[in-house]
Design a protein around this ligand. Structure first.
Ligand code: FAE
Length: 524
């Protein structure tokens, strides 16, 4: 069923909650012209920081989130579905999963699933695809939780030196603390069978002369130790990965978003996609939305009015929204940098055989804690040791590499959505760096690559998708240095769209830190 009823969501806390009720009951608040002070689009890292900072300063906030809230157990008693038995909770309106590793040792890891507003989306944007988390908490619901600090020199290369300084000195430490990061206890790491795969990959890396890190995460390692002891329900140790964790994961609803909602000033309108933004008079904006039911049908098309709009829909979501709004005429003063300077953060994945007789163990924690730092010198690559939690001995070490690259692409409108101008050849620079690093590792270890992981026989690497989309409304180009979009007072970008192409590290901490920086200047 599709209706084209236009409704206006009421202002204020009571109004916003009333608006939610109105949508839920199908009773529109037609003709309501109330103007919200603050609307945040998206509830991932950028959106959550914006909502938290505004509400902590006493301001009311309405958040619009395309996905659903993930707090209600299904019939199996779980909120999320596991990696080996995914169901309609796994994929965003799709009928088949498409995980990064599609097969291992002849086992097909793709599965048919029911159609619904699941938590992981793979968006095909031409010659590059993007995975992203959908729902209240955005990427924090599905990501690896790896919370690596970027190096100052990488930030300074992409941003202004003084911005890099402020991020490193003030905003990254603040984000790290508010995200409640922790690291695994050395003794547990060294002894538990759950990290044999990491120790194996670490030892290989050290023999090849690489530096190795213990990477921080927001997954609760104290909880994980209880999982290992069998005293609490297992999650990271039960193979839960990429489709959500039922326990242990301190995702944004437990940190930034939880604190924001606890103020009583924030309301979140779920299953509500912002489609375009239009300036209706100086300093007043109208956001056209689509509300979907669980079958994906559009059941309402409300208009939300706001004085300030914070774009936190992620690199792809924010770029799409801004491009549509500029080209549709609603925000025609946005500059020509909107939609540009997009990058894949050099994401390359690969698997290799371990040396003969060296195992990874059949038990693998899904929380990756070991990083191999080859950013200095010729390889310019950081690689995380990623899990393959299949409950069998695979003999495989599997990695997600982040290789430095300056390759960029632009978003272009394509029907109702966007595509990227990225050409396959643009992945070569990152691929060659990662390949050189792992060729060296294989030479030292006398090992070779796996060619049976990625669906196509003989395929050794993936270089055509990313977990780390960055850019599209980059700071200092599409926005000023405080995140305000050029051309408009009252429009701010707060998410991964702000960061240019490649930062040499997993981006979540940097995105939260940049959002903190933007919100400091907004609140000033
Ligand atoms: P994001 O977290 O994607 O949030 C955007 C939100 O906006 C989502 O909730 C969307 O549903 C919502 N949305 C989109 N469009 C609209 C619209 N039009 N209207 C309303 N709502 C909308 O954005 N990063 C790390 O640092 N470490 C990792 O270990 C790591 N692992 C990853 C693993 C996976 C499987 C994936 C998918 C990503 C991973 N990432 C990792 C990337 C990280 O999650 C990502 O950079 C951040 O989540 C991006 O934060 P944003 O605030 O930009």
């Amino acid at each position: 069923m599709t209706t084209t009823r236009r409704t206006v969501i009421r202002a204020g806390l009571a109004g916003a909650l009333g608006g939610a009720a109105a949508l839920a009951t199908g009773l529109p608040a037609s003709g309501d012209s109330t103007i919200h002070d603050n609307v945040v689009i998206g509830t991932g890292y950028g959106g959550a920081v914006a909502a938290y900072r505004l509400s902590a300063a006493g301001q009311r906030v309405l958040m619009l989130e395309m996905g659903q809230r993930w707090d209600t157990p299904g019939q199996d008693g779980n909120i999320f579905s596991g990696i080996l038995e995914p169901d309609e909770r796994a994929v965003w309106f799709g009928e088949r999963t498409d995980p990064p590793v599609s097969s291992v040792m002849g086992i097909d890891l793709r599965a048919d699933v029911g159609y619904g507003p699941g938590v992981l989306d793979k968006k095909n944007l031409g010659q590059m695809s993007v995975y992203r988390g959908i729902g209240v908490g955005g990427g924090s619901l599905v990501n690896g939780g790896i919370s690596l600090r970027p190096r100052h020199q990488d930030l300074a290369r992409e941003l202004r030196g003084n911005i890099a300084n402020r991020l490193i000195r003030t905003y990254i430490p603040r984000a790290e603390s508010r995200l409640q990061l922790n690291t695994i206890r050395d003794k547990f790491f060294e002894q538990t069978p759950w990290y044999q795969y990491s120790r194996t990959a670490r030892d290989s890396a050290i023999r090849a002369g690489f530096a190795v890190d213990s990477m921080p995460n927001f997954y609760d390692f104290a909880y994980m130790e209880q999982e290992a002891a069998g005293t609490v329900p297992a999650s990271a140790l039960a193979g839960e990965l990429i489709y959500g964790n039922n326990h242990g994961r301190r995702s944004l609803p437990f940190t930034y978003l939880g604190s924001a909602e606890a103020t009583g000033l924030v309301s979140i309108q779920t299953l509500t996609e912002a489609v375009t933004v239009k300036e209706v008079s100086r300093g007043v904006f109208e956001i056209s939305c689509r509300v979907r039911d669980h079958a994906g049908a559009v059941v309402d098309e409300p208009i939300v009015r706001a004085r300030r709009v914070f774009f936190g829909a992620g690199s792809v979501g924010t770029s799409e929204l801004l491009l549509r709004s500029r080209e549709g005429g609603g925000l025609n003063r946005l500059n020509s940098h909107v939609g540009r300077h997009w990058g894949a953060n050099g994401n390359i994945t690969l698997g290799r055989n371990n040396p003969d007789g060296i195992t990874t163990g059949e038990f693998q924690s899904t929380v990756s804690v070991t990083g191999i730092d080859a950013r200095q010198g010729r390889y310019k690559t950081y690689s995380e040791v990623a899990p393959l939690p299949l409950g069998i001995e695979t003999g495989i070490s599997y990695y997600l590499a982040i290789a430095q690259t300056r390759q960029t692409a632009d978003f272009v409108l394509d029907g109702d959505g966007v595509k990227l101008t990225w050409r396959a050849a643009q992945s070569h620079e990152a691929l060659e760096r990662a390949r050189a690093m792992f060729d060296h590792l294989n030479d030292v270890e006398g090992t070779d690559y796996r060619d049976d992981l990625f669906g196509t026989p003989g395929k050794i690497f993936t270089d055509d998708w990313t977990y780390h989309p960055l850019g599209g409304a980059t700071i200092g180009r599409a926005t000023d240095w405080s995140g305000k979009l050029h051309g408009y007072d009252g429009l701010y970008v707060v998410d991964g769209a702000l960061l240019p192409e490649s930062i040499g590290a997993n981006p979540l901490v940097t995105i939260a830190a940049v959002a903190e920086m933007v919100m400091d200047s907004v609140l000033r």
